[in-house]
Design a protein around this ligand. Structure first.
Ligand SMILES: [Zn+2]
Ligand SMILES: [Zn+2]
Length: 299
């Protein structure tokens, strides 16, 4: 008869198992041309960039060279995974016909460019239904999303970011995102991105042990962690459930260091890319210091 010890690996084998570490990184300024340099300067591994201006409707038109050079430099410096953040004006639930058309065109183009840049995901804010009813907004959103994805077969996924719930937004509840995935027949070109500040402000209390456990359980039950591709790591300037979206440096806000340490050790989250979108200690955006704080809390 074999005993339990037969199934136990020798200590040396156990400790040589690679430890899954979070890929800590940041939103890096400079777009396709400057983001790699910025990532190296602050010690970011995973990165998020903008392609083109995130606040205007002007369509980005990067040259093929620019996309190729970016991809080459990311590989050369062993950076990544890379994500692109979509335009802030995009609203796939907009009740304005003009806005809806512009949103679809913008996201359609951005997804293909992100794929050419070698990004793993294009992260976007699902949108807001405005004065309209939620169900009407959702119908528009689903129709628009189908057009964005039409005939697309790239590797870059379109990731819906959970939002803080300012106004009548889609995506401040896991149930919104699960019903979208269900209506889209669990299309694997889609995925989800968390933002710790948005979750906290939308009413998912990731700052406490019990709150995190509840958040993890609810996400697993309604969506499933295979759909979660990245986490935006941001502390919050505003208190729990305030439905605002004001990012703070890690440890300086209402979420706090202890909560980040807990999240970075959570098995469902630990291996993911953690991307800072914080103001930075010198107000110049994500910096080395915030990256080092996350590394310390993850160790
Ligand atoms: Zn965002
Ligand atoms: Zn975010």
């Amino acid at each position: 008869m074999r005993n339990a010890a037969d199934h136990t690996l020798p200590q040396t084998v156990k400790s040589s198992k690679p430890k899954l570490r979070p890929k800590i990184g940041a939103h890096c300024k400079g777009g396709l041309k400057g983001a790699v340099e910025q990532a190296l300067a602050i010690g970011a591994q995973s990165m998020q960039i903008f392609i083109g201006s995130p606040q205007t409707w002007r369509s980005p038109t990067p040259a093929i060279d620019e996309l190729e050079n970016f991809k080459r430099d990311v590989k050369k410096h062993k950076l990544g995974p890379v994500f692109v953040h979509g335009n802030y004006l995009v609203n796939l639930a907009s009740s304005s016909r003009e806005n809806l058309q512009k949103s679809v065109l913008n996201l359609h183009t951005a997804l293909r460019l992100s794929d050419m840049a070698g990004a793993e995901g294009l992260i976007f804010h699902p949108g807001s239904v405005g004065q309209d009813s939620f169900s009407d907004g959702m119908v528009r959103f689903l129709a628009a999303l189908s057009v964005v994805l039409k005939d697309y077969n790239g590797n870059c996924r379109l990731l819906m970011e959970v939002c803080a719930g300012q106004g009548k937004t889609i995506g401040d509840k896991f149930s919104d995102l699960s019903s979208i995935l269900e209506d889209m027949n669990f299309d694997e070109r889609l995925g989800v991105c968390w933002d710790t500040c948005h979750l906290f402000n939308a009413g998912y209390d990731v700052s406490t042990e019990a709150g995190l456990e509840k958040t993890i359980d609810e996400f697993e039950k309604l969506i499933g962690f295979k759909w979660l591709a990245a986490v935006h790591a941001n502390d919050s300037k505003t208190p729990f459930a305030s439905r605002k979206d004001r990012h703070e440096n890690i440890g300086c806000g209402y979420i706090g260091e202890e909560a980040f340490a807990r999240m970075l050790h959570q098995k469902e989250l630990r291996h993911l890319p953690w991307i800072l979108e914080v103001p930075g200690f010198e107000d110049k955006g994500p910096d080395k210091e915030n990256i080092q704080i996350l590394h310390r809390l993850a160790s």
